[in-house]
Write a protein that binds this ligand. Structure first.
Ligand code: FES
Length: 75
């Protein structure tokens, strides 16, 4: 997908139509960005192999790989 320079991962994903970023560990409930300012943690995604990244706090970069989080990050 394409994004504008300076956009956050969350903004780019929302603009592309993706609203569900993760599923909760306990119930599997769908979650997506809410606050867009680093407070709610509902925007957690895996970015370049690192889990639990706040999509609203990370700017997109060329070649970045973003995956939906399912449950916990694991160890
Ligand atoms: S949308 Fe709330 S922490 Fe990212």
């Amino acid at each position: 997908m394409t994004a504008r320079e300076g956009e956050t991962v969350a903004a780019a994903l929302l603009a592309s139509g993706m609203g569900v970023f993760r599923e909760t560990a306990v119930s599997g409930a769908a979650r997506g960005p809410w606050c867009m300012m680093g407070v709610c943690f509902d925007c957690l995604v895996e970015i370049d192999g690192v889990g639990n990244r706040q999509a609203c706090m990370v700017e997109v970069t060329p070649g970045m790989v973003v995956r939906r989080m399912r449950g916990t990050r694991g160890v």
